[in-house]
Design a protein around this ligand. Structure first.
Ligand code: C5P
Length: 403
């Protein structure tokens, strides 16, 4: 059972009116054990079976129940909630809910969210075996399947009503297992990918250094997404306070020159190189052994030298991998990014504006404009993890076309 790729995922758990709703309490616990951020939405029917307080306590988040609730809308409104989710999972999904979803109704919060989200939707049906078998339910399920809505279960077995047959909701751990397969795209299966992330730190003396605002979040999100896509990922990381994504090999470095050495060593047998690190442009070539004293002059001069351009060096290798660079710009995004792509001979460049405080450094959201020879794609504002997944899918597509 492989479940670790659920860490930090945002699951919107919809609970509808069925006795299996009691199992969803355990499901929330199991999801949180995997590091999932769970937000629960309950239909009116679900609240007859289990009190929202139970889910509030277990998910550690407020439970959403009303579409037109000014208080909830002032917190995380329904559109925000729809955008927040990496996956919408409805467990249990009742026959009534399946019918409403199949026909595109938006008459309560949960159905509205299902229409408003671009995230994948999965249902874990639970109902009486006769309700399951009946033709109209099966027709509704066919419709959902055509719309690429994932279906987990149901299982066969004894039911709360005393009957036996198909219609039992899967057990929480089985649902968690199914969920984790949604994040395995396989688009980079067994491809060796090298990624740089984070800032670098250039020493001035034994206690001081120059660095930049990079948090490493984007590079780490890209590493996680590449691993989810089946790649064999090595992450060369500058100093950051982030944990290593599951399945990723991490090599820690401090300075640009250490990063360059590590990359040049590892890149040889890699097929894709993604440079998401904010490498310092200059370093101090003569670091004194002792701390610089501030006695004497009001001014001081430090001579800095250009750091090696890791990305350009990799792209210039005789057998260079598919290279992807990042460009953080405050103006003329397209012009500067395209110029950088050509100058460094990159296969692809992902540009983002860093003049908007809501995007870029340190924050969880970003937006990218990706360019390659003869094409471009805008990846609109989204949580960095979601964006990283879209970027990886784009890289996988272009990489396979090139091959
Ligand atoms: O030229 P600029 O620094 O803006 O280019 C940014 C891109 O180049 C990023 O992908 C960054 O990781 C990479 N880079 C590098 N080595 C450097 C400077 C930048 O790999 N010394």
């Amino acid at each position: 059972m492989q479940m670790s790729n659920l860490q930090n995922k945002r699951i919107l758990l919809g609970i509808t009116g069925g006795i299996a709703a009691y199992k969803s309490a355990d499901l929330v616990r199991r999801l949180r054990e995997q590091g999932v951020d769970v937000r629960v939405v309950m239909t009116a029917g679900a609240q007859r079976f289990v009190n929202p307080l139970t889910f509030q306590a277990l998910s550690a988040n407020p439970v959403h129940t009303e579409l037109l609730d000014p208080e909830a809308e002032a917190g995380m409104g329904h559109i925000e909630l729809a955008r927040w989710a990496d996956v919408v999972l409805i467990a249990p999904a009742s026959a009534n809910f399946i019918a409403r979803l199949a026909h595109g109704l938006a008459d309560d919060l949960l159905t509205t969210l299902c229409l408003a989200t671009t995230a994948p939707i999965a249902i874990a049906p639970a109902m009486n075996q006769q309700m399951w078998q009946t033709e109209v339910t099966q027709e509704n399920l066919d419709r959902l399947q055509k719309r690429s809505i994932h279906q987990f279960g149901p299982a066969k077995g004894g039911q709360a009503c005393g009957e036996t047959g198909f219609g039992r909701m899967l057990e929480p751990l089985e649902i968690v297992d199914e969920l984790s397969t949604l994040f395995e795209t396989g688009s980079l299966q067994d491809i060796k990918v090298l990624i740089t992330a984070g800032p670098t730190r250039e020493a001035l003396d034994p206690v001081r250094y120059i660095t930049n605002h990079s948090s490493g979040k984007m590079g780490y999100a890209v590493a996680r997404a590449a691993a989810e896509a089946g790649a064999d990922v090595t992450l060369v990381s500058g100093p950051v306070s982030l944990s290593t994504p599951p399945g990723v090999r991490r090599v820690d470095v401090i300075s640009a020159s250490e990063m360059a050495t590590a990359v040049m060593e590892i890149v040889e047998d890699c097929q894709i190189f993604i440079a998401a690190a904010a490498v310092a442009d200059f370093f101090c070539p003569h670091v004194p052994d002792q701390k610089i004293k501030k006695i004497g002059e009001d001014e001081m001069t430090i001579t800095l030298k250009k750091t090696p351009d890791i990305l350009a060096s990799v792209a210039a290798l005789p057998k260079s991998p598919f290279t992807v660079g990042f460009a953080a710009e405050t103006e003329k995004l397209e012009e500067y990014a395209q110029d950088k792509r050509k100058r460094k001979s990159l296969n692809m460049i992902a540009a983002n504006r860093v003049d908007d405080p809501a995007l870029g450094f340190h924050v969880d959201e970003n937006a990218l404009h990706v360019f390659w020879e003869g094409g471009e794609k805008e990846l609109p504002r989204a949580p960095k993890q979601k964006l990283a997944r879209d970027l990886i899918e784009l890289i996988a597509k272009k990489f396979s076309q090139q091959k």
